[in-house]
Design a protein around this ligand. Structure first.
Ligand code: XIL
Length: 324
């Protein structure tokens, strides 16, 4: 057993970033959430507050209230901050549907969005997920409003616009690409091409939503290594570990702890610098509310339970960091 009193202390002492996605409502209203976030983690990601929909109640207006609250919290407690996300096909503003834009208008809109948001947080955000989920599950470029208006080039442009304003590390982030597979192969090719064209990209975020399917940790390590060899930093950006409700193991908490341990070991061995879990405690997990997820998966995917008490997985991650 290690002598570390918190996960944060173990991570700090071993040069690793252990993070959690935060929402402003719980930070404001729930003291144990607040305390757990600040004591146990040295990194944060706003879960929704920096997405275009929440930030842009109308075309001309930005509402930074929740994003500011989360980012100020992180700074007050000396935490590494990931900005999530500038360009994504989901969680666009509602008014977007009714906007009859030209391609040129959309491009100008995205440039302004990226400039404004990265500018506001220029000294406050350490890494940005510039583009999120641009590759479809079959490995082709996803059809999105951005690709439709700007062509494939929208990735190059987005990274360059961010780089014009901020010194933060610039990431490409995606799901289902944690292990070596068809999708991560496609992302590997995409990012190799970006690097070849001198597009300013620093890293790749592997979301690691291990829901029904738990990517093989050895293959995750291999995947991390190949991106590192391209010269990119790698982070696990949105981890949670759940089980299908109709195929639940006998000891889900132990299985979960073993899986978190295996991924932490893969990170440390292969040179991934951060592991962010997608929430602080189970009660706040998106698995409790997103689409049909509550009917499909166990709803306790994180290191802390509903009351912010530590779970077996918390201890395996802490011990793994302590032993590193
Ligand atoms: C999720 C949030 O957790 C939910 O609250 C929201 O309703 C939908 O988005 N990939 C991502 C994250 O990059 O932004 C998503 O977050 C989860 C999947």
């Amino acid at each position: 057993m290690s002598n570390y009193s918190s996960l944060r202390e173990a991570a700090d002492n071993h040069g690793f970033r252990i993070g959690a996605a935060l929402n402003a409502r719980s930070l404001r209203s729930d003291p144990s959430y607040w305390k757990t976030a600040k004591n146990e983690f040295n990194a944060i990601t706003p879960e929704n507050a920096l997405k275009m929909g929440p930030l842009r109640p109308s075309r001309k207006i930005y509402d930074f209230t929740d994003a500011d609250a989360i980012i100020d919290f992180g700074r007050a407690h000396g935490m590494y901050t990931r900005g999530h996300t500038l360009v994504w096909h989901n969680q666009k503003p509602d008014w977007f549907q009714a906007w009859d834009y030209t391609d040129e208008q959309l491009e100008a809109f995205l440039r302004d969005h990226i400039h404004t948001v990265t500018g506001r947080y220029r000294d406050k955000i350490d890494a940005w997920d510039v583009v999120n989920e641009a590759i479809a599950d079959d490995g082709t470029l996803r059809e999105t409003v951005w690709a439709d208006a700007m062509g494939e080039n929208y990735l190059d442009k987005s990274f360059r616009w961010a780089d014009e304003i901020t010194d933060a590390d610039l990431y490409y982030n995606d799901y289902g690409a944690d292990a070596v597979n068809k999708k991560s192969d496609a992302i590997y090719d995409l990012l190799s091409d970006l690097l070849e064209r001198d597009v300013p990209i620093d890293g790749v975020g592997l979301q690691c939503h291990a829901l029904g399917d738990h990517p093989d940790p050895d293959s995750v390590a291999k995947n991390i290594r190949r991106f590192r060899e391209l010269g990119l930093d790698v982070q696990i950006t949105e981890m949670d570990v759940a089980f299908p409700l109709d195929d639940r193991p006998e000891n889900p908490l132990e299985e979960q702890a073993m899986y978190y341990q295996a991924i932490t070991e893969a990170c440390l061995e292969a040179g991934c610098g951060a592991l962010v879990q997608w929430g602080v405690n189970d009660a706040n997990s998106w698995l409790r509310s997103f689409k049909d997820f509550p009917e499909r998966f166990t709803g306790d995917p994180l290191l802390f339970d509903d009351n912010c008490d530590s779970k077996p997985a918390y201890h395996t991650v802490k011990e793994t960091l302590a032993d590193s």
